[in-house]
Structure formats: structure tokens, C-alpha cells
Design a protein around this ligand. Structure first.
Ligand code: ZN
Length: 395
């Protein structure tokens, strides 16, 4: 016996997810087998958006002129409340789906598809946002900036992980690129005629390492050299380094970044080179997990039999952070096991196509669809979510 109408709808939606199971597994494994880097996800975005279109969603591709982004909407009896499910599908260089975004995109689509038979008797609409390049130039940043979520009432997604975690912190981040321009010369015959741009990069790394003792423990700075000269017998005239600078809040990142730039400027001064400072990717803001939505998600995960950790450690950065600054949002994690699984590894990539991942995919889709139904059926939930959002508090 079901307790009420909402409970009955959840049960029906979950049956629908079970009915779709084989197709969802097939889709997520197809994306896994064909890993595409951020901005190049032609196969995955087409596969997911075609699936939604076939089910009756109105699909816009090349959304906001982002070639592998899409928006899909299916309206019930009314336009609002509008729930957004965020789909990701980009992979990592060399290791493929080492962050399991094949599960994220497919879980969002699975949850959306499961609502289709029910929406005729529901007030509200379901939106799926195909959001490319989460690992690099996160498309949620320009989408949030350009108003893609302005008519959305609640936004959610689910990310695979070793454990099921309701919410983990996600750091604000800037992506800094330092280009040093010096002067080339024969490195043995006339080094004094040159200005060594690579030395400037090396000094920058050393200066940043010295800076660390003046920084809070939540600050993360890590970089690579993308250009360091051409041949050993020429003084490098151009050298480029890229750094991610992260901290718990945007406010704090904004305080740290000038200090990092000072390190590069000091290196330029010491070497007589010219420094150009740029951003090589979008800046991410910290994730503000909405408590009201998280509590609804928590109940659903528990009724699906999940063991849920309510808080986790998080030293990465998510472009969902920028969405959470414009609309109440949640970004829970679903276990694909084992518990000690580390993301961005080959082991994670292997796990992301295995039976644990397929279990996580189905439970994740069910958790999303149940939480979307909570929003549709409980105006008080949405009111609480927005009161909290406007007050500037979070989980
Ligand atoms: Zn990820």
C-alpha cells in the first residue's frame, strides 16, 4: 500500500527506471567505450539528446553556441516548477572515463525519461542540460552567466564515487596562465645575449612553493609547464606555465591570485623577461549545496537502500558550483564501489563500466527522479530551498 499520491508516483518512476535499465546500461557503456575530451563530446551529446528527443523532449542542440551542449525540456501540466537535471559526459586525456561522467549523463537522462509517462498528471516541467567539458573549460560557467538557468527552480545531478555522499565541498578556482617572453641566443656561445624565459618559469614555481607557507590549508596551487623551450642549445625565448589556484571560497581565491601573480612578476623581474598573465579556462565558484534539496535527496537515497555519508572531503572544483550560485542546487555522489576508489585514475575508469557502476547508474537515476518529484509535489520544499538560497546560507 502506498502512503500517498507522491509515493505512488515515485514507485511508478522507479519501475520505469527499471524498465529502461538495459538501454541506460547500453548508453553509459557506449559513452565509456568512446571517451571524448571536453568540448569534443559529439558522440555522447548526440546519443543522449537523441534519446530524449525520441521520448518527446523538445531538444535544442548547440545550446548557447556551445557545439556539444544541449537543452531538452518536457512539460507537464504547467511550466513551473522547473527542475533541471545536469548531464556531463566528458572524459580525461589518456585514461578515458576516469571520473565516470558516462554515469552522470546517463543517470540524468534516465531520470528524465522515467518522468515522461507521469508528466501528463504533474504540474511542472523537467529540463535536461547537456553540459560539456566539466574537466576543463566547464560549460556550466558560461551557461550560468548567460542566464540558461534563470527560469529553473531547482538544479541537481549525481556523480559516481567510491561511497554515496550527500554533499562534499568543491573549491572555487582560477586557471592562470603565465607567458614569459625573453630573447634567444646561443646557449653556450653567447648566453649573456639571451633572456631565459624558462628560468622565469622555474623561478615562478619556486616562488609559489615559498608562498605556500603563507597560505591557508584550504588553498591548492598546482601547475605544469606547457612550453619550456625548443632545443637545448638555444636560450628559451618563450616559456609558458599553467596553474590552478583553488580555495574554499571565491572571495579567498581572489585574495590569493594576486600573490601568485606577484611570484610570476618577481620571476620576470629577476630574469629580465616580459610577463603576460591570462586565464586558460573559466573560473569556477565554490559549490553551495542547498540544504532543503539535500535533505529531500537524503531521504530518497535512504529509501533506495543506500548507506549515505552526509559530508565528505572535497579538494576539487566543480562547474556545478557556478550553477549553485544562481539557483538552489545539489551535487550528491553515488557509490559505484569500492569505497577507496580515487577519481581521475585508471582504476576509476575501469570501475565506471563495471557492475558497480551500472548499479550506481540505476540507483542514481532513481534518486534524481524521486527528488524531482519531491519538488513537483511539495511547494513548501521549494519555498524553503529559495528562502535559504536568498539568505545566502548553505549545507
Ligand atoms: Zn567528475
Amino acid at each position: 500500500m502506498v502512503a500517498n499520491r507522491e509515493e505512488m508516483f515515485k514507485q511508478r518512476a522507479w519501475q520505469e527506471v527499471d524498465r529502461l535499465r538495459n538501454r541506460l546500461v547500453e548508453i553509459s557503456r557506449a559513452i565509456h567505450a568512446r571517451p571524448e575530451l571536453g568540448g569534443e563530446e559529439l558522440f555522447a551529446s548526440k546519443l543522449l539528446s537523441d534519446e530524449l528527443e525520441r521520448a518527446g523532449f523538445v531538444v535544442r542542440r548547440n545550446y548557447f553556441d556551445i557545439p556539444t551542449a544541449f537543452h531538452a525540456v518536457f512539460q507537464g501540466r504547467t511550466v513551473r516548477p522547473a527542475v533541471a537535471l545536469l548531464a556531463e559526459y566528458d572524459a580525461l586525456p589518456g585514461i578515458g572515463h576516469g571520473c565516470g561522467h558516462n554515469i552522470i549523463g546517463t543517470a540524468a537522462v534516465g531520470a528524465a525519461l522515467a518522468l515522461v509517462p507521469l508528466l501528463g498528471s504533474i504540474d511542472g516541467s523537467i529540463h535536461v542540460y547537456g553540459t560539456p567539458a566539466e574537466e576543463t573549460n566547464g560549460a556550466k560557467v558560461p551557461l550560468a552567466d548567460r542566464g540558461a538557468f534563470k527560469d529553473i527552480d531547482a538544479a541537481m545531478m549525481i556523480h559516481p564515487s567510491g561511497c554515496t555522499v550527500l554533499a562534499a565541498p568543491s573549491l572555487a578556482m582560477d586557471a592562470l596562465e603565465f607567458t614569459f617572453i625573453g630573447r634567444t641566443a646561443h646557449a653556450a656561445a653567447a648566453p649573456h645575449e639571451g633572456l631565459n624565459a624558462l628560468d622565469a618559469v622555474i623561478l615562478t614555481f619556486n616562488a609559489i612553493n615559498t608562498l605556500r607557507q603563507r597560505l591557508r590549508p584550504d588553498v591548492r596551487i598546482h601547475g605544469i609547464i606547457t612550453k619550456g623551450g625548443v632545443v637545448a642549445n638555444m636560450i628559451p625565448e618563450k616559456a609558458v606555465a599553467r596553474f590552478h589556484v583553488r580555495a574554499e571560497t571565491r572571495e579567498h581565491v581572489n585574495k590569493v591570485v594576486p600573490k601568485v601573480i606577484d611570484c610570476a612578476q618577481g620571476a620576470a623581474l629577476a630574469t629580465g623577461t616580459q610577463l603576460k598573465v591570462g586565464n586558460f579556462e573559466y573560473s569556477f565558484d565554490e559549490m553551495r549545496t542547498n540544504t532543503a534539496l539535500a535533505q529531500a535527496m537524503h531521504k530518497n537515497l535512504i529509501s533506495l537502500g543506500e548507506e549515505v555519508l552526509t559530508g565528505g572531503e572535497g579538494w576539487g572544483s566543480l562547474d556545478m558550483g557556478n550553477v549553485s550560485q544562481v539557483v538552489p542546487a545539489i551535487h550528491p555522489y553515488i557509490s559505484i564501489g569500492p569505497a577507496n576508489l580515487v577519481s581521475h585514475t585508471r582504476e576509476f575508469a575501469q570501475a565506471a563500466k563495471g557492475p558497480g557502476a551500472m548499479r550506481g547508474l540505476i540507483v542514481g537515476a532513481k534518486a534524481l527522479v524521486a527528488t524531482a518529484l519531491d519538488v513537483f509535489f511539495n511547494p513548501a520544499l521549494l519555498t524553503a530551498a529559495w528562502e535559504e538560497f536568498r539568505a545566502g546560507t548553505s549545507f
